[in-house]
Design a protein around this ligand. Structure first.
Ligand code: SDX
Length: 427
């Protein structure tokens, strides 16, 4: 990161110098860390459209060019050649694991895949229709009581153990939550299966119908988890960095990230896309009606899976998933009318000035649900899959954020309420 350039700010005729910082990919920022002390002014930027919250070495996104790299490696290469666990190691350590490192990490994942048996009682307390994301967030918080506030910095020292516990146990939690929701006996993790195969087996194996793990499905799941593994300062990662800055237990911090991700404008969009496509299907595929509704300022309806705060071109993850959809459906010898409908909707939107002028393109959520459906994941578990994928990213950002000099996140505001007035007893 280079410094020693300045921007000049003139306030009431007085000149101030703001240091200009430049990142390794040429992104530029004004360092305003001394602004209030030197000028009495703060900046204001609701939604943080223009505000950088931190320096980070984990993920690089170029929203104009549609570039996404984890620790410098293009996501396209990782999606094609890596496994999710190798990608998780890369995000946590900044480099791909060698064979012994990968073996040790995989062994840690296996050794930490079981939940404390007492955790099972919590599941019985949830109402039948409880959304798995709410169960997941609650259960991850409950996990923190089994690992009370150890010294957080020592957690960092053994990041592999902390990460393995979370990445492995959250996978077990997700599968258990699903089994409970359908009234089937839970299936325990197995040491002889890879990360993704283990999850699929815990989800779909049953005493009456043993589950046959298909390499195609494992490959598809690896691809989806890799594509969701990190995305720099998105809403849920910013939540993790913010909550973690108060030195909250890592599990409770991740639980907060899961809650943020569950929002329909964020990770919850993948489930909303399928709901939207099904509604269009039921309206005799009246794509134009839904496009018009999405453009109507008086309607709260938005084209789910479309648009992005950072990408002003095609989300590279959506491009990979779209390309893979056909491939996976044909290998699994299945078809999904929603895929053709999604492509028809995309084509109509991308020819419409409203979407073109606002640079609205499909994002990661637009096609992911098609693959989840093809591999048998139920729709209310789609955002849980997003959380499973995002876990290594969240942990990597928590690790990067937490140093002995970490300052608690505490933004300022501009107050626009009542000026001084005094208590009057109401008549
Ligand atoms: C994720 O940040 C990340 O990196 C997130 C994520 C990750 O990996 O962590 O990539 C994952 O969250 C992807 C996004 C999933 N959400 C959706 O698909 C929900 C639908 N999309 C929108 O709600 C919206 O596009 C957001 C929330 C994603 C982004 O919204 P912004 O950046 O706050 O932009 P905005 O709402 O100010 O929109 C700008 C304009 C507005 O119109 P005008 O006021 O200029 O006339 O574009 C319009 C919006 O009304 N617009 C849409 C639209 N998205 C934006 N209009 C119709 N349909 C849409 N989907």
């Amino acid at each position: 990161m280079s410094e020693n350039k300045y921007a000049e700010l003139i306030i009431d005729g007085k000149s101030y110098q703001l240091p200009v910082v430049e990142g390794s990919e040429g992104e530029k920022a004004l360092d305003i860390s001394g602004l209030r002390k030197n000028t009495g002014f703060i900046t204001i930027d609701p939604g943080f459209f223009n505000t950088g919250a931190c320096y980070s070495t984990i993920t690089f996104i170029d929203g104009e060019k549609g570039i996404l790299r984890y620790r410098g490696i293009p996501v396209e290469e990782l999606a094609e050649k890596a496994t999710f666990i190798e990608t998780a190691y890369l995000l946590l350590h900044g480099k791909m694991p060698n064979k012994p490192q990968l073996q040790a990490f995989s062994q840690l994942l296996n050794a930490n895949s079981m939940l404390h048996e007492d955790m099972r009682h919590f599941f019985d307390g949830f109402p039948r229709g409880a959304h798995p994301m709410h169960i997941l967030s609650t259960m991850i918080n409950a996990l923190s009581t089994f690992y009370p506030n150890v010294d957080l910095l020592s957690l960092k020292e053994d990041i592999n153990l902390s990460a393995a516990r979370l990445i492995s146990q959250v996978r077990t939690l997700a599968a258990f939550a699903y089994k409970k929701s359908i009234g089937e006996p839970i299936v325990y993790p197995r040491h002889d299966l890879s990360y993704c195969a283990n999850f699929l087996n815990m989800m779909f194996d049953s005493p009456v119908q043993p589950y046959e793990v298909s390499p195609e499905v494992v490959k598809a799941l690896n691809l989806l988890l890799i594509l969701h593994a990190d995305h720099e300062q998105n809403c849920s990662t910013t939540t993790v960095r913010t909550v973690g800055s108060a030195q909250v237990n890592l599990y409770a911090t991740i639980s907060a990230g899961v809650s943020a991700l569950s929002g329909p404008l964020h990770g919850g969009a993948n489930q909303e896309v399928i709901d939207m496509l099904r509604k269009i299907m039921r309206s005799e595929r009246d794509v134009k009606k839904f496009i018009d509704r999405a453009k109507d300022k008086n309607s709260a309806f938005r084209l789910m899976g479309f648009g992005h705060r950072v990408y002003k071109t095609y989300d590279p993850r959506a491009a990979i998933i779209k390309k893979t959809c056909h491939d996976i459906l044909s290998r699994l010898k299945t078809d999904d009318p929603l895929l053709e409908l999604a492509m028809e909707l995309e084509a109509a939107a991308l020819q419409d000035d409203y979407f073109i002028e606002r640079n609205l393109y499909p994002n990661v959520d637009f096609y992911s649900g098609i693959i989840y459906r093809a591999i048998g994941i139920p729709e209310n578990m789609f955002t849980v899959m997003f959380a499973l994928g995002r876990l290594p990213g969240w942990i990597a950002h928590w690790q990067e954020m937490l140093t002995k000099d970490t300052k608690i996140c505490r933004p300022r505001q501009i107050y626009t309420g009542h000026t001084l007035r005094h208590y009057e007893k109401s008549s």
